[in-house]
Design a protein around this ligand. Structure first.
Ligand SMILES: Cc1ncc(COP(=O)(O)O)c(C=O)c1O
Length: 463
């Protein structure tokens, strides 16, 4: 079956409310046309993020009732440690309350000022945590990743030529570790192949540089390997994961994605000295090593979620649901980023609303229109999020891509709700000429997309 139906049935429901267009118009004005400022209760289908928004299984909820909240040595920590070791294979398992704390602990321990950390593409929080150490975060993904039309099976791959150039230019002593993000969120949830990981490892070995994974969506990446990479069709998911992580020295993880939990993360690694230093810091900023900023019940839910996420029926449905949305849109001629990634469909705003100039935030305007007309919330990944003001010239430096990301929460929406999303976007595309650009009226000095305010241009402006 091309698009498998849900491999679960619904036991608990959370009502969602439909609002009127007039209500949404008022809410948008109050929110300064920033969807982060709209209350979730006024959103019909919320595709803002797939992070922390998963529905937990009955087994995970049952596990939460078995939470043991002792300060030290809770049994849930040992279940969690065993689950992480069996899937990822690294010696030390350090729980954190979410992914960015794992990043912060790792980088504040091993990265020093003037160093540099290559990645295929850094997620915002890994970049920010590296730059916070006055080090450089380098994106070395293959160049095809920036072409929304280019269909490659592993568009998240590291460019090994550029990686070797960087190592030679910077010198291995200034590269404390390299990272690979699986799947590559910032380039559209695109996977990295086992072959590319193997070669990355071999290259780094020649220079004695450790390799870490940003493993948030590791199960989705492993599923793509099974589907697309020769030699893996019959390999069970846990074996694919073991091989993949075997090429690394450790990983950071936000379990809010492929841990199928609403909060939680960890750091897992082999290096004893690093683990000891990180654990000392963990005690200072998060908590005792057997809870690390979480409750015992959270650790139990994470232990169970990490095993569930490797279930092939689940992954076939998960990847299939995202693909279902993408294909409905693509077949109707709606411009999307290709190929369809693991956790989200990305609308290509440059082509969707070509009448809106870049300085009028086309992707933000598109996200606003989608909410106003249909109560669907996506997120702008474009000039609002990544545009920079060049202080020397006073000009805006625009990012390559101008997208609206529709991130699909795991096990939350039915295929009928996804159909509603697709039909709404197809309607909006037919009426796209009416979408208006925006002008910025307020921006914060950092991470402006969360709090920026806009007003609408009076009518659609010509390019
Ligand atoms: C690839 C990637 N790395 C790291 C993070 C940070 O995780 P958290 O939000 O749990 O801090 C995210 C979150 O979206 C992510 O997508």
């Amino acid at each position: 079956m091309r698009f498998p139906s849900e491999p679960f049935k619904i036991k608990v429901v959370e009502p969602i409310r439909r609002t009127t267009r007039e209500e949404r118009e008022r809410l948008l004005q109050e929110a300064g046309y920033n969807l982060f400022q709209v209350s979730a209760a006024s959103v019909y289908v919320d595709l803002l993020t797939d992070s922390g928004t998963s529905a937990m299984s009955d087994d995970q909820w049952a596990g939460m009732m078995l939470g043991n909240e002792s300060y030290a040595g809770s049994k849930n920590y040992y279940h969690f440690e065993e689950a992480v070791r069996s899937i990822f294979g690294y010696r030390h398992v350090i729980p954190t309350h979410q992914g960015r704390m794992a990043e912060n602990l790792l980088f504040s321990t091993v990265v020093k000022a003037g160093m540099c950390v290559p990645n295929n593409i850094h997620f915002d929080t890994t970049r920010a945590n590296i730059e916070h150490q006055h080090a450089e975060a380098l994106d070395l993904v293959i160049k095809e990743a920036y072409d929304p039309q280019c269909e490659l099976p592993f568009k998240g791959n590291m460019d090994l030529v550029r990686l070797e150039d960087v190592i030679n230019r910077v010198g291995p002593a200034r590269i404390p570790l390299a990272m690979v993000t699986i799947t590559n969120n910032s380039a559209g949830g695109q996977p990295v192949s086992m072959d590319n990981i193997r070669r990355t490892r071999a290259l780094l070995n020649r220079y004695g540089i450790p390799l870490f994974f940003d493993a948030c969506r590791f199960a989705e990446n492993c599923f793509f390997i099974k589907e697309r990479e020769p030699g893996y069709t019959d390999t069970p998911m846990p074996e694919i994961a073991r091989e993949l992580f075997g090429y690394g020295d450790g990983c950071t993880m936000s379990a809010k994605k492929d841990g199928l939990v609403n909060i939680g993360g960890f750091l897992s690694l082999n290096r004893d000295q690093w683990a000891q230093d990180i654990t000392n810091m963990l005690i200072l900023v998060e908590g005792f090593p057997t809870y690390g900023g979480l409750a015992g019940r959270d650790l139990e839910a994470m232990a169970r979620g990490l095993r569930e996420v490797l279930d092939e029926d689940y992954l076939r449905f998960r990847i299939g649901q995202v693909r279902y949305l993408g294909e409905l849109l693509n077949n109707a001629g709606v411009p999307i980023l290709k190929p369809i990634g693991g956790h989200a469909v990305y609308l290509n705003a440059k082509e969707f609303v070509p009448h809106i100039r870049r300085d009028e935030f086309p992707a933000q305007a598109l996200a606003v229109a989608l909410y106003r007309e249909y109560g669907i919330r996506g997120v702008e990944i474009g000039t609002v999020m990544f545009g920079k003001n060049d202080t020397a010239t006073g000009r805006t430096i625009y990012p390559e891509l101008e997208m609206v990301r529709l991130a699909i929460p795991r096990r939350v929406y039915t295929n009928m709700q996804i159909t509603y999303v697709a039909e709404s976007i197809i309607d909006l595309y037919r009426d796209r000429e009416r979408i208006r650009g925006l002008t910025l009226t307020y921006e914060a000095p950092v991470l402006r997309h969360f709090t920026a305010r806009f007003q609408e241009a009076p009518c659609a402006t010509a390019r």
